[in-house]
Design a protein around this ligand. Structure first.
Ligand code: 9YT
Length: 134
């Protein structure tokens, strides 16, 4: 069995701070854990607005706290994000996330992230990022 706490994981390399200043994420489960998915607790900073396009992953995002919205770029649809909302990028949807208040999100990626991924120019994660296994 794998047991970890957010408090202790935040003090390790599992805590990734995005170079663009929009978010940080503590990656509690990663590819090396062999669960078939990765699981992250992500903070989107208040006022952040940025585009992502996970071309190689599907992602489920559950809002624990905060207020914001997510827009699918292809059709311009806007969905409120509030505590209890689950949005799912089941079609590798290009999307824009806006945080009106700091957002606390639980995120699941399939395939699992290796650990060190940050968004590339298209807002995607590459599949060959360095692995975190501690
Ligand atoms: C909601 C979202 O995708 N935010 C970007 C960070 C990501 N969840 C991650 O890498 O943990």
């Amino acid at each position: 069995m794998i047991v970890r706490t957010l408090e202790s994981a935040e003090k390790t390399a599992r805590r990734i701070i995005s170079p663009d200043g929009n978010w940080e994420s503590t990656r509690l489960l990663l590819k090396d854990d062999a669960m078939g998915f990765s699981f992250h607790i992500t903070t989107i900073y208040r006022g952040a607005e940025f585009q992502m396009h996970y071309q190689h992953h599907v992602e489920a995002v559950y809002c624990i706290a905060g207020e914001g919205e997510v827009e699918t770029v292809e059709d311009g649809k806007v969905y409120p994000v509030a505590p209890g909302t689950l949005y799912n990028l089941n079609k590798n949807d290009k999307h824009i996330l806006r945080a009106f208040e700091e957002l606390k999100l639980a995120c699941v990626f399939n395939p699992p992230l290796n650990g060190t991924e940050v968004h590339n120019a298209e807002g995607a994660y590459e599949l060959d990022a360095e692995t975190i296994s501690e």
